[in-house]
Design a protein around this ligand. Structure first.
Ligand code: GLC
Length: 548
């Protein structure tokens, strides 16, 4: 065995005071419309989630993150909030939210809620007031309204594109019936961007944070955390040569170094410092986790400086191909960037915005095997892990038929020459039991997004107690993490075992992942867990194992 070379530490060593819960937590993302439907209307809801919490306890996670459940016209499935301090009637009531938080706490699960501060819904009362009040008003100053360019103001104020395709500006009709100003929406036109240079906005959100902190939530996932502040001039984006303005979406996910006056502005950090101060007024370890698609690990690390957020999603692994070298580079780069700000890392393979990882890794049995291997490697690392609902069942991306698709990125691009199928395929409601839709999700028949007809073997019921099933693998792997990885040495020692093998150590724990095409010999030591069956001491391709 050739030991190397890269030894990286994940920041703080276990001290005497118990570390805050989030530092090494496994948090399970509940996509509210698709987890469980308590009233059989085809859409998930809070009582449905509360009834299924024992699944999360039995899985062995520490916390759940609920995607937005606030009043919303659902043009972006809750990421278009019309009222930040209430519950969407289709999802339940405030009393249901209280009951869910209470029930989770009784089961030993923390609750993280989603905060969407970059934009409101166009049905928020502030936006209605802005439209009614007209140009130059205090109401319009809560959003980013501007006059258009060109004769008659018929051209958008700048060349920015929406993440969901098409221009990032929509022109309004003024009270007198004439075409008027334009407003900025980095996402759908139903999601107008707030003007965070206006102090009224900061005040409003401090109130929203207090509202949910008082109700007992343990943390907030901050949506589009890198987007709140724009370069003040709202100047044109300098596009790479050969790109036509608005010919393509400003991709938020596929990062490349480019000019981005709409993202990651230095002033955004003051907002998070003020939120951190507020959270610290509350007892318990309340936390903030950033969704920030910044350009580099170093710019991401700025969001988790000591006085800012506690964590940021690290999307590096999620963006990496199935490759031992790529995974090693992700681990190295992540730990190196975070050590400079003394923050602990997070690890993520899937969420509601990306293609599920078994599908990214090749699909079918191969993709699922690779997904299990990557998960096992990730669970051994210091820091915390975010799981996306359904990955514990080995769910793959679903091909949702065009007529059933609902994602605004599909609706905005389907008639263009660059249609984007959108994200519905990772958001199909979970299969719990039974042999046909809705597989115990809720009522009879297909839910809001249709489920495949071949999901019967993938239900929670069908996988429970089956030793080879992905669900049982996740349960065992999470138990192994609690026993062997939690609290282990934060130092990660990456070993060089050839280009097809990811191998690292944390104290006595050793991890080996075989990304090659032939079986490999496992190093000495007791095999604690493997993602696939191991014959003798040979680790098959597309598998990982822990040893001690
Ligand atoms: C975040 C969410 C995504 C949403 C977007 C706009 O990226 O994860 O689902 O569409 O923000 O709020």
């Amino acid at each position: 065995m050739s030991l190397s070379q890269s030894s990286i530490s994940a920041g703080a060593r276990p001290g005497t005071a118990p570390p805050p819960w989030w530092r090494d937590a496994v948090t399970y993302q509940v996509y509210v419309p698709s987890f469980a439907d308590g009233n059989a209307d085809g859409l998930g809801d809070l009582p449905g989630i509360a009834a299924r919490l024992p699944h999360l306890r039995d899985l062995g996670v520490d916390a759940l993150w609920l995607t937005p459940f606030y009043p919303s016209p659902q043009h972006d499935h809750g990421y278009d909030v019309a009222d930040y301090t209430d519950v969407e009637p289709r999802f339940g009531t405030l009393a249901d939210a209280d009951a869910l938080i209470e029930r989770a706490h009784r089961l030993g699960l923390r609750v993280v809620v989603d905060l969407v501060p970059n934009h409101t819904s166009s049905e928020h009362r502030w936006f209605a007031a802005a439209l009614a009040a007209g140009p130059g008003s205090a109401e319009r100053a809560r959003y980013l309204f501007r006059d258009g360019r060109g004769p008659g103001g018929t051209e958008p104020p700048n060349n920015w594109s929406s993440v969901f395709g098409g221009p990032a500006w929509t022109r309004v009709t003024e009270a007198d019936g004439r075409p008027g100003q334009w407003y900025l929406h980095l996402f759908d036109s139903s999601q107008p961007d707030l003007n965070w240079r206006n102090p009224e906005i900061a005040e409003m959100f401090l109130g929203v944070l207090r509202f949910w902190l008082d109700r007992g939530v343990d943390g907030f996932r901050i949506d589009v955390a890198h987007g709140l502040v724009k370069e003040e001039s709202l100047r044109d984006q300098v596009l790479p040569t050969g790109t036509e303005p608005s010919s393509d979406a400003t991709t938020m996910i596929e990062r490349s170094l480019s000019d981005e006056p709409m993202w990651d502005q230095p002033e955004v950090h003051e907002i998070y410092r003020s939120w951190r101060r507020l959270l610290e007024e509350y007892p318990g370890d309340r936390m903030l986790v950033a969704e920030a698609w910044t350009q580099t690990p170093a710019s991401l690390a700025r969001y988790v400086r000591p006085e800012e957020m506690h964590q940021a999603f690290n999307f590096a692994w999620l963006l990496a191909d199935w490759s031992a070298a790529a995974f090693a580079e992700v681990i190295r780069g992540t730990l190196a960037a975070l050590s400079r700000v003394a923050a602990t890392p997070t690890w993520v393979l899937s969420n509601h915005d990306v293609v599920r990882h078994p599908t990214r890794y090749g699909g079918g049995a191969l993709g699922v095997a690779r997904g299990r291997a990557a998960t096992l490697a990730m669970l051994a690392l210091p820091g915390s892990v975010y799981l996306y609902q359904g990955e514990e069942l080995g769910l793959e991306q679903v091909e949702v038929p065009p007529e059933a698709r609902q994602d605004p990125s599909w609706l905005r691009t389907r008639d263009t020459d660059q249609p984007d199928v959108g994200r519905d395929g990772c958001r199909v409601p979970l299969p719990w039991a039974g042999t046909r839709p809705s597989y115990g999700f809720g009522g009879e028949g297909q839910p809001w997004l249709p489920q495949p007809m071949d999901w019967a073997p993938l239900t929670v019921e069908a996988q429970t107690g089956v030793a080879t099933a992905t669900l049982e693998f996740y349960r065992t792997a999470l138990a192994a993490r609690r026993e062997h990885a939690r609290g282990a040495d934060p130092e990660v020692l990456i070993e060089d075992r050839g280009p097809d093998v990811l191998a690292f150590r944390r104290g006595p724990l050793r991890v080996v992942l075989n990304a090659g095409t032939a079986p490999i010999d496992l190093p000495d030591g007791e095999i604690l867990i493997a993602s696939d069956s191991v014959t003798g001491r040979r680790l098959p391709p597309n598998a990982a194992a822990w040893l001690r």
